[in-house]
Design a protein around this ligand. Sequence first.
Ligand code: CP
Length: 317
Amino acid sequence: MRHFTSVTQLGSLDEAFAKARYVKENPFADQELGKNKTLLMLFFNSSLRTRLSTQKAAMNLGMNVIVLDVNQGAWKLETERGVIMDGDKPEHLLEAIPVMGCYCDIIGVRSFARFENREDDYNEKILNQFIQYSGKPVFSMEAATRHPLQTFADMITIEEYRKKERPKVVMTWAPHPKALPQAVPNSFAEGMNIMDCEFVITHPHGYELDPAFTGNARIEYDQDKAFEGADFIYAKNWAAYTGENYGKVISTDRSWTVDSRKMALTDNAYFMHCLPVRRNMIVTDEVIESPQSIVIPEAANRVVSAQTVLKEILLGL
Ligand code: CP
C-alpha cells in the first residue's frame, strides 16, 4: 500500500481484519519496522482522537512523529493557483508540500470539506495535491469526502461485536447545530457496502448523500422503521449534499435524536458514534451511557486501524 484514502484500498477484508487482530494482540511486535522513519501529521482542522491514536500507532511502530497544526504557528497557506499573493497568506501550498515531503517518510493529512465549492471538495483538491507533490506516501486523517481510518476502526468494531453472520447496520442522521462534512457518513457507507451486512441509511428528506458512496444501501425516511430489528445503530450528523443546499443545515429536528424509545425498537443494538458527539442533540445521555454504547471501544480501535494501515505503508517503503 502506498497511499490510503479510502477503505476500498484495504484489499481482502478477511486479511485486513486478521492484520488488525495481530496488531491489537501484538502492539509492539513491529518496533523495528518504523525505526528512523518519520511520520508528519498535518492538521488543517481540529482533532482529538485522530491526532492521539495515529501518534500512538506510529510510536508503537517505533516511528518518530512530527505534528503540525497548520493554523497555529505555521505560515498561512494559499491553496489556489494563480492568486496574486498580496494578502495575509505568505506561503503557497505548492512550495510547502514538497518542502514538508523533504522532512518525513510518510504524511498524514486532515483537511475537511470547506463547503465553498462542492466540486473542489468532492475532487479532494487539497489531499490530492499532497499525493501529487509531496513525493511521499500520503494517508487521509479525514479529508473532504472520506474518513477512512475512522471507518476501518468502525468496521473492526462491528466485526468484534457482531452476533450474527449478517448483522443489520443502520446509519442514522441526527440533529446538530452546525454544518458538518459528509466525510464520516460517506466513508462509513463505503465500508458497509464492502462488509457482509444489511445496510440501511435513515435521514430526513433533503439529506440524501452522494449515491457513489451510499451504493447498495436501503434508504429509509422513517427512522422508527429503519431501527426495527437493527443490530448496530451508527449515529451521525451531516450537512446537506444536494443542489443549492450543499453544506447547509436544513433541519435541526430533535425528533431524530437517538433515544431509549428508538433503541427499544432494535434487536438490542449496539450504539456507535465516531465522536465527538453532542449529547442530547445526536444521542441522549441515557443511550450513550447505556451498556449497549460501544463508543469507547470504537475510539480505542482507532489505534488499531491507524497502526494496521501505517504498518502496510511502512512495508511498502
Ligand atoms: N472521530 C474523530 O476523527 O475524532 P477527532 O475529530 O477528534 O479526531
